[in-house]
Ligand binder design. Sequence first.
Ligand SMILES: [Fe+2]
Ligand SMILES: [Fe+2]
Length: 157
Amino acid sequence: MHPGADERVLGYLGRGLSMELSAVQLYTTQARLVAGWGLDEPAKRFRDEAQEEMGHVERIISRMLALGVAPNASQLRPVKLGRDLRELLLYDQAFEDELVSLYTDAATHCARNGNHEGRLFFEELLEEEKQHSRELAHWLAQLEQLGAGSGVRGASF
Ligand SMILES: [Fe+2]
Ligand SMILES: [Fe+2]
């Protein structure tokens, strides 16, 4: 096994993989859900988001293979449905923040152990999840401004 693959790193990768796969399931579901509400533009944003998360899945799988371990995600988080766009976005933000904290812990662990490659790997994911979280915050703020966040299903943002 690769020297950069200590048990904790493998644990972070495994949890990351489960969460990224869950994110694909989450955003794909939300895309279909809001499309059903007639919200075409949000549906497209969720579809694009699902694709980005799929990119993260691929990167984690590649990393695991490079470290000589088989990807082993075993638990997908069930999707929590919402009644309107705002509810979905609030849930997504909490989800992204969980990823931010996971990758922060992983990068910190690697930094402490002189695992430079591992630190860079997790830091890149960390920056992208932070960006997702910021985008969601921005989207939510836009919704609030337009007054579409009050639970009106089908309201465009
Ligand atoms: Fe991700
Ligand atoms: Fe994300």
